[in-house]
Design a protein around this ligand. Structure first.
Ligand SMILES: [Zn+2]
Length: 230
């Protein structure tokens, strides 16, 4: 559906995914990148590992990134980044599906993302439909239902009810995991308790400051609306 009312939600990083593989020393299977990369030189040959810490016992383990590669085969800047534990490179390795596949472990993306709702405030209690462009700035696979719960500030049953009533139009199933940009349409969000949506923007003072910044409503109007919706 075409609507000129558009909101933008951005899926952003909140943590690195866990590396799931058995720990030889404890019963945990979850590991976090330690933030370090180890480089070992033997003559002109290099080994490079990403270092992990076990979430259960802190045991350090290694994921081979390069094995016995000739020093000239790595870009000098890349080598410097490895030697300096460059956080951007640690992050890149920690989310690499190809490194995971090559080394036989799985990435668990649970709890690694948040949604930033850059929702224009007219959407909060206006029954007119609006579309939401969900853009992925972080490659976490995100369950659509959870995204809607967070983005709209609704419970699981609230989201399900809106989808069943046809008030949310989705290009994906609620149970699907999205990892690419998509667009959805929301109809008549205004009939849902408006006070719940104040959660979208955090504390009420944030709402008021944003409201006054965009010049849509003054704080007294907002306060009365929240009270009416509560
Ligand atoms: Zn362990």
């Amino acid at each position: 559906m075409n609507t000129d009312r558009k909101a933008l939600w951005a899926v952003r990083e909140s943590a690195l995914p866990a590396v799931v593989r058995p720990c030889p020393d404890c019963s945990s299977s979850r590991h976090r990148p330690s933030g370090k990369i180890r480089v070992n030189a033997s003559g002109k040959l290099l080994d490079v590992w990403l270092l992990l810490s076990c979430a259960g016992c802190d045991r350090t383990s290694k994921v081979p990134v390069h094995e016995r590669v000739h020093v000239s085969s790595l870009e000098p800047a890349r080598l410097v980044a490895y030697e300096n534990n460059d956080p951007a490179v640690v992050r890149e390795l920690a989310i690499s599906q190809s490194l995971a596949a090559k080394n036989g472990y799985r990435l668990d993306w649970t709890g690694t993302w948040e949604v930033e709702t850059r929702t224009p405030l007219y959407a909060l209690d206006d029954p007119a439909p609006f579309s939401v462009l969900v853009s992925f700035e972080w490659p976490a696979p995100v369950r659509v239902e959870r995204l809607l719960m967070r983005g709209l500030g609704l419970s699981r049953s609230g989201v399900r009810r809106m989808v069943e009533d046809g008030r949310i139009h989705l290009p994906l199933a609620l149970d699907a995991k999205a990892h690419r940009d998509f667009e959805l349409t929301v109809h008549d969000l205004g009939s849902v308790d408006a006070a719940k949506h104040s959660k979208l923007l955090g504390a009420p003072s944030d709402v008021r400051s944003v409201l006054s910044r965009v010049g849509l409503h003054d704080s007294s109007q907002h306060a009365s609306r929240s009270a009416a919706g509560a």
